[in-house]
Design a protein around this ligand. Structure first.
Ligand SMILES: NC(=O)c1ccc[n+]([C@@H]2O[C@H](COP(=O)([O-])OP(=O)(O)OC[C@H]3O[C@@H](n4cnc5c(N)ncnc54)[C@H](OP(=O)(O)O)[C@@H]3O)[C@@H](O)[C@H]2O)c1
Length: 271
């Protein structure tokens, strides 16, 4: 019997985490979302009545709302929590297919995009983890997992010239460093912190691609083919979540996994 907090369960990988974790009736799963009513309706229609699922409202940039959610979780669990899966993220459309140098004449747009990414993906998660840490310290599993991206891996960026998506990659690199810092501070109290990339996953964002997306995908596809000749296309949320869960279930502070940044395979193979 374990308790989980998963952020961003309204859709995509977050919803799949919520589904797979709550398939086990012994688990208690808290899902943090911005739109609670819509997510409650979705959970009910797609998963049915699940008494072990609790949907809580909080934007992860809203410190007070997160704090309120901590109080709710503590009341249900008796003041403890086993796992955090910090999954929610801002994925910018402004810079998804543009290079960092393409904004030289648009500094305001670049700056806003950098701040939006950093505010949600790094700062929001840092507040989230700080606020939930007292519960984690009283939990049994003591595992905090940040969902990151291979796009933040310097070796991948530089060896394969992955120029697009810079603000997103920078914010996730900051998140990875924050996870390392949390690990440095709390690993001796038995808390495992890890950043895990879920792979390239089809969460529906590509169902109706724009012209820009198609062109961007062709460029990325060529780079991915060079990086991972075996790569045939995105995996499903079901596959990704199963892989990610296997990685963090196996990982431990004792095995030296604290603060690490790995893929859904548990290594540095991102695709
Ligand atoms: N899909 C991939 O191929 C891929 C690859 C690498 C890494 N990742 C990472 O995997 C995670 C999940 O990705 P995904 O593809 O499932 O993303 P997604 O479909 O875009 O879902 C993002 C989730 O984050 C939530 N969110 C965004 N901003 C928020 C905020 N300020 N406060 C609270 N919640 C917020 C969204 O809620 P709303 O519904 O309210 O907008 C949504 O639930 C992310 O961390 C992403 O960076 C994904």
């Amino acid at each position: 019997m374990a308790s989980y907090l998963v952020t961003g369960v309204s859709r995509g990988l977050g919803f799949e985490f919520l589904k797979q974790l709550s398939d086990d009736a012994d688990n208690t799963v808290f899902g943090l979302v911005r739109d609670k009513a819509a997510t409650d309706t979705k959970v009910k229609s797609q998963l049915g009545e699940r008494p072990n699922v609790h949907i809580l409202a909080a934007d992860i940039t809203n410190y007070d709302a997160i704090k309120k959610s901590v109080d709710y979780v503590a009341e249900v669990t008796g003041g403890k929590l086993d796992y955090i899966i910090a999954n929610a993220a801002f994925q910018s459309e402004v810079s998804a297919f543009a290079g960092i140098g393409d904004f030289v004449d648009k500094p305001d747009i670049l700056e806003k995009d950098l701040f939006d990414n950093f505010n949600i993906n790094a700062v929001g998660n840092i507040h989230l983890i700080n606020l939930y840490l007292p519960l984690i310290l009283r939990g049994s599993a003591k595992k905090v997992i940040a969902i990151s991206t291979g796009m933040a891996d310097l070796d991948l960026i530089t060896k394969f010239n992955i120029a697009n998506g810079a603000p997103y990659a920078i914010s996730k690199a900051a998140l990875n460093t924050a996870i390392g810092k949390f690990s440095a501070q709390y690993s001796d109290q038995g808390v495992l912190f890890m950043s895990i990339s879920p792979g390239f996953v089809n969460t529906g964002a590509w169902d109706n691609p724009t012209e820009e997306m198609k062109q961007g995908a062709a460029i990325m596809g060529a780079k991915f083919a060079k990086y991972a000749p075996h790569f045939k296309g995105p995996i499903t949320p079901t596959e990704s979540v199963s892989h990610v869960m296997a990685v963090f279930k196996k990982a431990s502070v004792e095995n030296g996994d604290g603060g690490s940044f790995v893929s859904h395979f548990g290594n540095k193979q991102w695709l």
